[in-house]
Design a protein around this ligand. Structure first.
Ligand SMILES: Nc1ncnc2c1ncn2[C@@H]1O[C@H](COP(=O)(O)OP(=O)(O)OP(=O)(O)O)[C@@H](O)[C@H]1O
Length: 231
């Protein structure tokens, strides 16, 4: 699903010096995997997510996602790539406040009136995330966890096989965050590939693999075998 090779990404600092955030990073994510990327603040997690999602193409190295080589694509081709292959989920939901839940889910489909088919699909996705009964509510009348579920339904609208998530439980309390993580686990069992950057242990312990961003590269975390046995 994802193949990144020898990625170097640098930013220019306020005083003009180059800061190298990603430094020879490579990454492989198989179809159907669930990967958490962890690392301290400023280590480059969001930067990496932007490159993988085709939001930023100013780097050295190669990124291929869902069979599409991103380096060198023009803006229009990148937009098509994102629309076909990737759903984004952000920490702060990014819902449009004056649209209802179902209208937010419909956002990727149209600029104008939505077709009855599109509306049906949006409703079935809201049903999938447990929110059909609240489809006409504005985001302000939904809890944080419910807003994130609407955002996840919207991310799934175009039928992507990959969700890229930036701190998706970062604004949620423990219980609500746990519900959203359960939803991610279900989606992953249904075949969606997930890559989430996160500070949260709960999120990374739900993932199949945990990669730590360290000095501009990814290092696979080894996890202790799950404790089992007799109690
Ligand atoms: N547009 C930019 N211009 C200059 N420097 C930038 C820019 N975007 C990010 N940086 C710098 O690159 C580094 C990595 O930022 P990034 O947002 O990827 O880190 P992060 O690991 O996601 O951090 P956090 O966990 O706090 O969100 C930081 O030092 C940041 O200041």
């Amino acid at each position: 699903m994802i193949r990144a090779r020898d990625i170097v990404k640098q930013y220019r600092d306020g005083d003009g010096t180059e800061v190298r955030v990603l430094d020879g990073l490579s990454l492989d994510v198989a179809d159907g995997d669930f990967v958490a990327v962890v690392g301290p603040s400023g280590s480059g997690k969001s930067t990496l997510l932007h490159l993988l999602g085709g939001l930023d193409v100013h780097y050295q190295g190669d990124v291929e996602v869902a069979g599409v080589k991103l380096s060198g694509l023009k803006d229009k081709e990148l937009a098509r790539f994102r629309n076909q292959h990737v759903g984004f989920v952000f920490q702060s939901f990014h819902l449009i406040p004056n649209l209802s839940a179902v209208e937010n889910v419909l956002m990727p489909s149209h600029f104008g009136a939505a077709s009855p088919e599109a509306r049906k699909r949006a409703e079935s996705l809201l049903d999938r995330v447990g929110l059909l009964a609240k489809k006409d509510r504005a985001p302000v009348r939904l809890s944080g966890g419910e807003r994130q579920r609407v955002a996840i339904a919207r991310a799934l609208f175009t039928g992507p096989r990959l969700l890229l998530c930036d701190e998706p439980t970062g604004n949620l309390d423990a219980a609500t965050g746990a519900g959203v993580i359960t939803l991610f686990e279900e989606l992953n069992r249904e075949g969606i590939t997930l890559l989430a950057v996160t500070h949260e242990d709960r999120m990374s312990s739900a993932a199949r693999r945990v990669l730590r961003l360290k000095e501009g590269r990814l290092v696979e975390e080894t996890r202790p075998a799950l404790a089992g046995g007799v109690s």
